[in-house]
Design a binder for this molecule. Structure first.
Ligand SMILES: *[C@@H]1O[C@H](CO)[C@@H](O)[C@H](O)[C@H]1NC(C)=O
Ligand SMILES: *[C@@H]1O[C@H](CO)[C@@H](O)[C@H](O)[C@H]1NC(C)=O
Ligand SMILES: *[C@@H]1O[C@H](CO)[C@@H](O)[C@H](O)[C@H]1NC(C)=O
Ligand SMILES: *[C@@H]1O[C@H](CO)[C@@H](O)[C@H](O)[C@H]1NC(C)=O
Ligand SMILES: *[C@@H]1O[C@H](CO)[C@@H](O)[C@H](O)[C@H]1NC(C)=O
Ligand SMILES: [Zn+2]
Length: 404
């Protein structure tokens, strides 16, 4: 299965570069019908430029040997090519930025992911899988994680806007172009008569996983109206029904770009850093989703953390094996457990962390949801005065464990 899909993958790439848009489309759908889109297209390098240079003139690619890279990647590629989530719920993507760039500018583009999603671009130290941002004659990226070092090419004069950098990083996270979505014909019209000969493959449509989220004209992943046009003043992409809707912004991630990253990576996780705050399960007080695994890392500057559940309603099950809450006295799942698996309904007394860090984990299985929980925390005022509450976790468990 992997092999046949890898083979089709190569076919797709050839179609991308040499065939008409129609042919590209047909081949893509054939593979996608059988296999999960992101896996299938994983090895596809995605090219685009702000100018009309041939992307394959990029020297890094000629030296890199595309076929070899694909073969190597096919071996390394697992069932999906997402970047993995670490135990704190964050998706850490190591990046090494070439010294030839103005690093602060690229860091600023990446910081927006860190602030708004659970994807965190971190400086690579010794990680095996990482992104190497290199100067290129075009702007390009692989699709998803390919395993090992993977390059993102940025043109020093051509794609240095925040959104253009984010666009390439987003490809590496597993996103395709917005106008290649399966439903794009409802939102844009491709003006084939103005597409530069040979570049039609850039306007292919794929059987995409749209994540249940709307088409986004304002996405950084959307092409601009005049991209790949061979006639000045003639658009290649026209929004419908209103052709004046702006497309192709590269200012920064749109709200929907952020929502899509969070959805693709199941980011229900958050870092909470205010001295006090309230948080709740997804959709609260409506039912929480199935198969979620969310983490709230509470990390305040100092003082112990008091946590209180204002509402608690999780699907009950023996030993809370289905849906549960667990609270850790520290910053990771390796930290000591303050409150072990908890489910059912009821009211809970406060929990207190021994330090200024606490991790709340919420897991739901594939069946039967309930309304979930709402919790709030505040900081202690005197770090010496809480030792008497040390046994509270046992009390909580005894009190509300499995009410059915
Ligand atoms: C990564 O390294 C650069 C220096 O190369 C530094 O300015 C930046 O703060 C570092 N970022 C993180 C997240 O550690
Ligand atoms: C980052 O890339 C440079 C080459 O651009 C290389 O010399 C350096 O070793 C790399 N550092 C890491 C941590 O990958
Ligand atoms: C633009 O491209 C189309 C199709 O690729 C071609 O038919 C047309 O002649 C081209 N126009 C110009 C001005 O090059
Ligand atoms: C929460 O913190 C804010 C300041 O961030 C403060 O004004 C407010 O009184 C605090 N509320 C509680 C309940 O501690
Ligand atoms: C947590 O423990 C596992 C083994 O139980 C270990 O592999 C992992 O590195 C630890 N993580 C942290 C953040 O300490
Ligand atoms: Zn792109």
């Amino acid at each position: 299965m992997n092999l046949s899909c890898s083979f089709l993958n190569i076919v797709i790439v050839l179609a991308f570069t040499t065939s008409s848009g129609k042919k590209f489309h047909r081949l893509t759908v054939h593979c996608v019908k059988k296999y999960f889109l992101l896996f299938v297209l994983n090895l596809l390098p995605i090219f685009h430029t702000n100018t009309f240079t041939n992307p394959f003139s990029d020297s890094t690619l000629q030296e890199g040997d595309i076929v070899f890279r694909r073969k190597r990647s096919a071996i390394n590629c697992d069932s999906s090519c997402f970047w993995p989530k670490s135990s704190d719920g964050l998706v850490k993507v190591p990046v090494n930025v070439s010294t030839e760039f103005c690093k602060t500018w690229i860091a600023e583009a990446m910081q927006e992911f860190t602030t708004l999603t659970c994807v965190q671009f971190i400086n690579r130290t010794t990680e095996t899988n990482y992104i190497s941002v290199v100067p290129g004659e075009s702007c390009w990226s692989h699709f998803g994680k390919i395993g090992g070092m993977q390059q993102v090419g940025l043109m020093k004069t051509g794609c240095m806007s925040k959104g253009a950098i984010q666009h390439e990083m987003n490809h590496a996270l597993g996103f395709l172009h917005e106008q290649s979505r399966s439903d794009r014909d409802n939102y844009v019209k491709i003006m084939w008569e103005y597409v530069i000969a040979g570049e039609q493959g850039n306007f292919g449509k794929v059987n995409s996983n749209n994540l249940g989220l709307p088409y986004d004209y304002s996405s950084v992943m959307h092409y601009g109206a005049n991209d790949f046009s061979n006639t000045s003043g003639k658009a290649t992409i026209v929004p419908i029904p209103d052709p004046s809707v702006p497309i192709g912004q590269r200012e920064g991630l749109s709200n929907l770009d952020v929502a899509k990253i969070n959805k693709l990576y199941n980011c229900c996780s958050n870092v909470l850093h205010k001295p006090n705050d309230t948080f709740s399960s997804v959709n609260y007080p409506s039912s929480y989703p199935d198969n979620s695994n969310c983490l709230w890392l509470i990390r305040i500057p100092q003082h112990q953390i008091f946590l209180q559940f204002d509402a608690f309603d999780l699907q009950p099950s023996p030993d809370c094996t289905s849906d549960y809450i667990r609270v850790y006295d520290g910053s990771s799942r390796n930290s000591s457990v303050l409150l072990d698996k908890l489910c059912g309904m009821g009211s809970l007394p406060s929990l207190v962390a021994s330090r200024n860090v606490m991790l709340v984990e919420f897991v739901s299985d594939e069946a039967t949801a309930a309304t979930g929980f709402q919790a709030s925390y505040s900081q202690g005022e005197d770090s010496a005065s809480f030792t008497e509450l040390g046994d509270i976790s046992n009390f909580c468990l005894a009190n509300i464990h499995v009410q059915n």
